[in-house]
Write a protein that binds this ligand. Structure first.
Ligand SMILES: Cc1cc2nc3c(=O)[nH]c(=O)nc-3n(C[C@H](O)[C@H](O)[C@H](O)COP(=O)(O)OP(=O)(O)OC[C@H]3O[C@@H](n4cnc5c(N)ncnc54)[C@H](O)[C@@H]3O)c2cc1C
Ligand code: SF4
Ligand code: SF4
Ligand code: SF4
Length: 411
């Protein structure tokens, strides 16, 4: 086994699974855990590296050389990018749902439809430590924790196995996640299921769960115990200039424009993404999902004539359809939608196709992480000139006033 894996890994990952992975090899593992979940001997475990990302380690003594881990790994078959069959700008007609969701609320509509048909929905929720993990629900109430984007890598746990079990029981299954998690699921399952619907999100990349935990420690030091987190709160500043919000037991909530929040700043400067995110093999339609959801940045330019309700800064989704099943599902949902085109979606949202570039300061960030307080380290490595900061503050305050006036006029 050792030699077979070594051969495969030399080709694909330049690493050995029973030692820690070399830096260049880490780009070839997205942490989907398809190998671990698929191993019939349960002899693969995930181990966290010094950057806070999990990688598989094989117990070679128990391995029976069946090669399943190789067959299910999404890096074993790299697909060509594919353009969607159709692209839409869409949002839920339920304005409350739209506001509670990160984009246009399409995830919840698809999920409710699945549950109404007796199905099961897989999504990402916070755990007890405010990290995030995949889980499933069979109830409408169970959807709320899945709503909203959480900007860190989710632990997939046993969800591929669980989804497979439900599929074999002929229950409709909606599985949502990042493109690499969907590609991992497709490879894990090994064949198509008519009762499976897969939805991925347009993906900028996933930050290190360890960096997130360190950020939470700084938050707790100032605010006390955390009782709620929203990475994308639209209630005050709207969809385009959303806030990061952390609620705490003492009531001293943090609300910051995302550009001013230090964790979001490091994330959006790509300082602590998983290495595979700088060379993503799953975006651009390569995940084999039925549908892709994202933010329709630039919708005001693409559809200037669009119903005003679609563009009052509550959030509009870009919906990319990759299969006939995906098209049928969208058509039945209680949402407003308008067909657009792929070029316009990509123009406002390069993350649909392109990986971000690894910044040279990433190495410095992880080298200094134990030596410097997190907030000053991120601030130092993502310096924004004073005039830009002032301009942004001014713009943000003006935007908030505009939002307030708009609400007053509406009420
Ligand atoms: C890490 C990450 C990066 C993203 N980057 C972009 C981007 O660059 N451009 C863009 O247009 N859109 C991006 N999105 C997608 C966007 O933020 C919305 O999630 C998406 O448009 C769906 O919104 P919604 O209103 O339909 O539903 P919502 O209710 O807002 O979406 C919730 C959905 O996101 C899933 N989800 C939440 N957190 C995670 C996570 N950590 N890992 C996997 N799945 C998760 C849930 O399972 C559920 O399916 C990103 C999302 C995530 C999680
Ligand atoms: S070859 Fe088979 S037994 Fe060995 S680690 Fe891979 S899946 Fe497990
Ligand atoms: S299956 Fe997933 S976790 Fe395992 S080696 Fe491949 S990418 Fe990494
Ligand atoms: S950018 Fe690619 S590799 Fe990174 S989490 Fe998103 S889909 Fe996975």
């Amino acid at each position: 086994m050792r030699s077979l894996l070594s051969e495969w890994l030399t080709l694909h990952c330049t690493r050995e699974l029973d030692t820690m992975i070399e830096i260049e090899g880490k780009r070839r593992c997205c942490g989907c855990e398809a190998c671990r979940q698929g191993c019939p001997q349960s002899c693969i475990r995930m181990e966290r590296d010094e950057e806070g990302f999990d990688y598989p380690i094989v117990d070679t003594d128990r391995c029976i050389e069946c090669h399943k881990c190789e067959r299910v790994c999404p890096f074993m078959k790299l697909d060509e990018p594919r353009e969607p069959q159709a692209v839409y700008a869409a949002c839920a007609t339920d304005e409350g749902l739209r506001e509670a969701s990160s984009s246009g609320g399409l995830f919840t509509l698809l999920a409710e439809d699945t549950l109404r048909r007796g199905g099961v929905v897989f999504g990402v929720r916070f755990d007890e430590a405010w990290s995030v993990c995949h889980d499933y629900t069979e109830t409408i109430e169970g959807l709320a924790p899945f709503r909203g984007s959480k900007y860190l890598q989710s632990r997939i746990g046993e969800s591929y196995r669980q989804a497979e079990q439900f599929l074999k029981e002929e229950r409709p299954v909606l599985f949502t996640g990042t493109p690499c998690q969907i590609k991992g699921l497709v490879h894990y399952l090994g064949h198509a299921y008519d009762n499976l619907m897969t939805v991925d999100v347009v993906c900028h990349g996933v930050p290190s769960p360890m960096v997130w935990q360190r950020y939470l420690t700084t938050l707790r030091a100032g605010q006390g115990e955390i009782t709620g987190i929203s990475f994308r709160d639209k209630s005050v500043s709207g969809w385009r200039r959303y806030d990061f919000v952390a609620q705490s037991a003492g009531g001293g909530n943090v609300r910051q424009f995302y550009g001013d929040n230090i964790y979001m700043r490091g994330f959006l400067h790509d300082l602590y993404l998983r290495p595979s995110c700088y060379a993503c093999m799953a975006k651009g339609g390569r995940s084999q999902s039925d549908l892709t959801l994202g933010d329709y940045w630039g919708v005001e330019r693409t559809c200037p004539d669009l119903d005003r309700a679609l563009d009052e800064d509550k959030g509009t989704s870009v919906v990319m359809i990759h299969s006939e099943r995906g098209r049928r599902l969208l058509e039945g949902l209680p949402c407003r939608y308008r067909q657009t085109n792929y070029a316009s979606a990509v123009a406002g949202n390069p993350a649909i196709e392109q990986s971000v570039t690894e910044p040279p300061k990433r190495q410095l960030f992880f080298a200094q992480l134990d030596a410097e307080p997190l907030d000053s380290l991120i601030a130092r490595l993502t310096v924004i000139p004073l005039h830009k900061r002032l301009w942004r503050q001014l713009h943000h305050q003006a935007h908030r006033v505009k939002m307030r006036l708009r609400r007053l006029a509406r009420d």
